[in-house]
Design a protein. Structure first.
Length: 225
């Protein structure tokens, strides 16, 4: 199993994150221009490191997806807000064939884990996703699992904050079975590059609105089974 970990200046969080990767799974740390030594730390801790010079969360995620070789690929943030040890439970429905895409629904464990503005933005996006796709999701969380070849076939094009949403929307258009499972959401280590400020949050919302404005993709190959 491969785990894609987009990384931008996460030197403090990396040791905890990488020690929590399930045994036998490969951590693919995609460095997106860190200046704090994150790539060297990840490499010393046994991760496979990929460099993606084009800035953007989607650019890092997609670089990791194309580098992956496992049949099933998981994604997880690299800031210690999500526990990689929970990934087998997230990937389980994909592995047993009962789901095509599984999203970790974030459940905050402390008051400061999920800022109010970020939570409100997430609720609005979930509402828009329901209207656009019919999927009754509660969260568009970054912890997720799906089949690698099926993900590549979605032809994801967003390379910024809209990447996770585009994955869900195009999966829905393709008839995938998309489900959620609860995962604890911990206070992140360091400041978020996206949800740490109102400006970053609403820039992400604008990126995602652009994704939602895309016309539905033509279904050609059905669900990822």
């Amino acid at each position: 199993m491969d785990v894609v970990l987009p990384c931008l200046d996460e030197a403090e969080a990396l040791p905890w994150v990488l020690e929590r990767i399930p045994p036998g799974w490969r951590a693919i740390v995609v460095d997106n221009g860190s200046t704090d030594g994150s790539p060297g730390i990840a490499r010393r801790l046994g991760a496979h490191v990929v460099h993606e010079p084009r800035r953007g969360f989607g650019a890092a995620c997609h670089a990791g997806l194309t580098e992956a070789t496992a049949d099933t690929v998981c994604f997880c943030d690299c800031d210690a807000s999500l526990d990689p040890a929970l990934l087998p439970a997230v990937a389980g429905p994909v592995l047993d064939g009962t789901a095509d895409l599984v999203l970790g629904r974030r459940r905050p464990t402390a008051r400061g884990a999920w800022p109010a503005h970020a939570r409100l933005a997430n609720l609005e996006l979930a509402r828009l996703v329901r209207r656009r796709t019919g999927l009754r999701l509660h969260d568009l969380g970054p912890m997720r699992a799906a089949r690698r070849e099926a993900l590549l076939a979605l032809d994801l094009t967003d390379r910024r904050s809209g990447y996770p949403l585009q994955m869900v929307v195009r999966a829905a258009d393709a008839g995938w079975r998309v489900t959620e499972t609860d995962v604890p959401y911990l206070p992140r280590t360091g400041r978020s590059k996206v949800t740490g400020t109102w400006r970053g949050t609403w820039q992400a919302v604008r990126d995602m609105r652009d994704v939602l404005a895309e016309p539905p993709a033509v279904r050609t190959s059905g669900a990822a089974r």
